[in-house]
Design a protein around this ligand. Structure first.
Ligand SMILES: [Zn+2]
Length: 58
């Protein structure tokens, strides 16, 4: 499983929004938008899946 991290547009911080997915799924949905509450600034942001930075989940 890959763990998705995005860059918070408000703080520029890398945030882990708690989403894990298989790489195959990610490639299929890379043009999708994803909304999640940002742990860095507390706002809800919309990111493109393809903008995610991947981190290997343990
Ligand atoms: Zn944010």
């Amino acid at each position: 499983m890959e763990r998705l991290e995005f860059e918070c547009p408000a703080t520029g911080q890398e945030v882990d929004v708690g989403i894990e997915s298989e790489i195959g799924t990610l490639l299929r949905i890379r043009m999708n938008k994803l909304r999640a509450r940002c742990p860095a600034c507390g706002q809800v942001h919309e990111w493109m899946v393809r903008d995610a930075h991947l981190k290997k989940a343990a």
